[in-house]
Design a protein around this ligand. Structure first.
Ligand code: VGL
Ligand code: ZN
Length: 198
């Protein structure tokens, strides 16, 4: 059994003061850093959008942030502009132990498709390459922590379970956005997919 810690999107824009701040997003950083020492591999994910990304409300006339639209690949929440490639908001939280990471996987770089999951874009079919990386390293067990519980952590955990990994989400080391009940739905959806929600 080879175990990896997947640290999801602990970036300035998802922390207090950021463009898409998740309440308490920064609180988890010290314990996440400590947890890194217990794993064979550590992988960080980084939300990484080009300016003018199609998931930004600013790109849709009259659309309010946090409203929904129908995209060719399905329903999509429209977000405030966030995690723009190379911007300070896209940087990892300054206290996160980035040096411990074996791999940093970026996602959301395709202008036409959002990517919550670390494994597939929101069309649920375009891979990021993370599955191949983990499987070729013989990694079988994943623990996930980070932001946000109900979006990127949720989609990553459900995809990982479907791909055959043994997945644990440490909810004490995650924080959520909770849009219209999305947090409760995510917790039950993950459990249904076979994720251990700890
Ligand atoms: C995320 C919304 C938009 C996340 C990323 O990391 O959960 N949420 N982009
Ligand atoms: Zn994003």
């Amino acid at each position: 059994m080879t175990r990896a810690l997947i640290v999801i999107d602990i970036q300035n824009d998802f922390c207090p003061g950021g463009a898409l701040a998740v309440a308490g997003g920064d609180e988890i950083v010290p314990d996440v850093n400590q947890l890194m020492t217990e794993f064979d591999a550590v992988i960080l994910t980084q939300d990484w959008h080009p300016a003018g990304h199609s998931s930004f409300a600013s790109q849709h006339d009259g659309a309010a942030p946090l409203s929904m639209i129908e995209m060719p690949y399905g329903p999509q929440v429209l977000w405030p502009d966030h995690c723009i490639q190379g911007s300070p908001g896209a940087n990892f939280h300054p206290d996160l132990t980035v040096d411990r990471a074996d791999l940093i996987i970026r996602k959301g770089y395709n202008p036409a498709i959002d990517s919550y999951s670390a494994f597939f874009e929101n069309d649920h079919s375009t891979p990021t390459g993370l599955e191949g990386y983990l499987k070729t390293r013989g990694i079988t067990d994943l623990t996930m922590v980070g932001l946000a519980t109900d979006f990127c952590v949720n989609f990553s955990a459900v995809d990982a379970a479907r791909l055959g990994f043994a997945v644990t989400v440490r909810t004490d080391l995650c924080r959520g956005i909770n849009l219209g009940g999305s947090l409760a739905a995510a917790l039950s959806g993950m459990a249904e997919a076979g994720v251990t929600v700890a």
